[in-house]
Design a protein around this ligand. Structure first.
Ligand code: 13P
Ligand code: SF4
Length: 301
């Protein structure tokens, strides 16, 4: 273990802190994680833990979700500039305007949204449970699904429901092209192709499975296959290798990098623990409304 990692371990104890790390983070950050996971898994762990401080190594909406679920804990981000461009593609005002044009619609929103936007939702969802949630809205006359138009398309195909969406997308996942999958399959014909549902419909149609990052880890662990083509942010491959040393992983493209996920380093985690900064705290009125949409999701799945 590096000198920095030793210091982090020691200080983390003193601060009664827990380090939560998203599956896309740099290897050096994954190596100091108390828990690695997808956006929902990490927030659930934050809510259950009795730590006083949560160091959230992911992007801003994830730390906000933890703050919504556990207002009594101090949630800190080693680099508060780590935003999610997809989450930033819709504001609460945009959503209010969309709602005013579809007053009867049930409003479902991806967890990749700001707390302000979550406060406008009826139900939050993640890529793990979006299909289940929409399937359960049998009586809804109309459904708004924001912000990701590709996730909306995927959910719409799986559920047979027409969804009102917007032009949001993930700039990292659109870098994965259908021709990348075709080339990789030609090179590795035995490999299973697993992609994230934030990929374009053309890419998803070429895959064996479209899965959240948490479900990808489970799928690989339980699969008899020995090789996998991975159509998501490349950071997850470090974890997949570590968890499954005898299996082989090929990124669909090396270009699928989320720069915001790469801002954290061990050094920044240490500073964050030393200074207990940058704190992410959702104001109480927004928090209460946003929490309802998350609780509704947890109730439904
Ligand atoms: P997961 O919840 O599947 O980890 O996805 C988060 C994300 O930002 C994907 O780009
Ligand atoms: Fe946002 Fe895409 Fe980065 Fe995920 S990979 S955090 S959706 S920009």
């Amino acid at each position: 273990m590096s000198n920095l990692a030793d210091k982090i371990k020691k200080l983390k104890k003193e601060r009664q802190a827990l380090i939560l790390v998203h599956n896309y983070q740099l290897p050096e950050v994954q190596d100091i994680a108390d828990h690695l996971g997808d956006s929902l898994e990490l927030s659930r762990i934050a809510a259950k833990s009795d730590a006083k401080v949560i160091v959230f190594c992911g992007v801003h909406f994830m730390a906000e979700t933890a703050s919504i679920l556990c207002p009594d804990k101090k949630i800190i981000m080693p680099d508060a500039k780590s935003g999610c461009p997809m989450a930033n593609m819709i504001t609460a005002e945009d959503l209010r305007e969309l709602k005013s044009r579809h007053p009867k619609a049930v409003v479902v929103g991806y967890v990749n949204t700001s707390a302000d936007v979550k406060a406008e939702l009826d139900i939050c969802c993640t890529s793990t449970n979006a299909v289940d949630i929409v399937n359960k809205l049998k009586n809804a006359e109309e459904i708004i699904f924001i912000p990701d138009k590709y996730l909306a398309d995927y959910v719409s195909k799986k559920t047979g429901r027409v969804l009102v969406s917007r032009d949001g997308y993930c700039p990292t996942h659109v870098k994965i092209l259908p021709e990348d999958i075709v080339k990789s399959v030609r090179k590795h014909p035995q490999a299973k192709v697993i992609v994230h549902p934030e990929c374009t419909p053309e890419v998803i149609s070429l895959a064996d499975e479209a899965l959240s990052t948490g479900k990808m880890c489970k799928y690989v662990r339980e699969s008899q296959a020995k090789e996998f083509i991975i159509g998501t942010e490349v950071g997850i491959i470090y974890r997949l290798h570590k968890d499954n040393p005898t299996k082989k992983f090929y990124p669909a493209t090396e270009l699928a990098i989320c720069p915001n996920m790469k801002r954290n380093t061990q050094e920044k985690v240490l500073w964050a623990l030393e200074e207990l900064k940058e704190e992410v705290k959702v104001p109480d009125d927004i928090r209460r409304r946003a929490k309802k949409s998350i609780e509704k999701m947890l109730e439904m799945v």
